[in-house]
Design a protein around this ligand. Structure first.
Ligand code: 3HC
Length: 289
């Protein structure tokens, strides 16, 4: 039996907020924790809007909306997650910060709680090594953006992760209406190992003048039936996030084929990070665009 009532989501950003929303709609009690009051406020506001939109579209009944909202709690401190059965970390993609957090979580949660990370590329084995005494309960639970829409949860088994933990996370992801698929703990796992070289190649093709960005994207959309072209998708994910993952692939696999395109480095250096800053490859400062 799954035996999960309360899920704590650490990090109230785009991914953490999405995970919390899906968990609440699926009937779990949720506590979202973030040190930033601003981030928590934006997350709560976003939940209200997104869930109301689901009612408008007839995907949620009014009573389900109210139940989901009542399941969602927001806090600025880890003290408020003590009763959680599952902890999903969705904080900044920096290995030392994640290691420090999992060290703390291992001390706080000495029972059977699952300690999951939504990391897109950092080694689960490395994160688990910091969770002294709880490494077997550390697992990757990699959601995709936008979380309420995307079906996949890539379940990552670190070297120390027990089969029982993987099994429970698979059951949990199913209970959240997702399709869990296991992958091993290698740089970029499956999704980003395959996606990032595609995005990187699109930047090289743009840099070499093969096509203008809008045409390049349209070719890939219409020719490969992608919902978004690779450059648009890079903006959507965040160019800084893409570059970070590309660095991990390049460094940890050691193959020059993963070398990040100078153009993506340049855009990130200029602060053009994509949707989140209003400009990346494309300009979003004008709503009509
Ligand atoms: N949050 C929640 N729901 C969202 C959303 C968001 N940010 N964006 C869109 N939606 C939902 C809404 O329900 C929306 O309907 P609504 O506007 O009536 O409310 C519905 O999706 C359709 O959205 P749109 O009509 O605005 O646009 P599209 O039909 O083009 O769909 C899309 C948008 C779902 C984002 C689609 O373009 C898509 O699937 N794009 C590819 C996304 C993708 O590949 N994600 C994976 C990225 S990789 C990743 O996350 C891994 C990481 O490690 C890097």
């Amino acid at each position: 039996m799954l035996n999960v009532k309360t899920i704590a989501v650490i990090g109230a950003g785009q991914m953490g907020g999405g995970i919390a929303q899906v968990a609440a709609v699926s009937g779990f009690k949720v506590v979202v924790v973030d040190a930033s009051a601003g981030a928590l406020g934006r997350c709560q506001e976003n939940h209200g809007k997104r869930l109301a939109r689901e009612v408008e579209k007839g995907k949620l009944k009014q009573a389900e909306f109210e139940a989901a909202v009542s399941h969602l709690n927001y806090s600025g401190t880890l003290d408020d997650i003590k009763g959680a059965d599952v902890i999903v970390e969705a904080i900044v993609e920096e290995a030392p910060v994640k290691r420090e957090l999992f060290g703390r979580l291992a001390k706080m949660f000495t029972g059977s709680q699952i300690l999951a990370s939504n990391t897109s590329s950092i080694s689960i084995t490395e994160i688990a090594a910091a969770a002294h005494g709880a490494s077997d309960r550390v697992v990757g639970m990699h959601f995709f953006n936008p979380v309420p829409v995307m079906k996949l949860v890539e379940v990552i088994k670190g070297l120390q992760t027990s089969d029982a933990t993987v099994h429970r996370v698979i059951e949990l992801a199913k209970a959240m209406g997702k399709t869990p698929i296991p992958a091993n703990d290698r740089p970029g796992f499956v999704s980003n190992r395959v996606l990032m070289p595609l995005i990187n190649e699109a930047f090289y093709a743009w840099m070499e003048g093969v096509a203008e960005p809008a045409n390049l994207d349209e070719i890939m959309k219409l020719g490969c039936n992608f919902p978004m072209g690779p450059l648009r998708l890079a903006d959507f994910i965040g160019l800084d996030t893409c570059l970070h993952i590309m660095h991990v692939l390049h460094r940890d696999l050691g193959d020059p084929k993963f070398r990040p395109c100078p153009l993506i480095r340049q855009l990130v250096a200029a602060g053009r990070l994509g949707d989140k800053t209003g400009r990346g490859v494309f300009d979003y400062s004008h709503p009509a665009k």
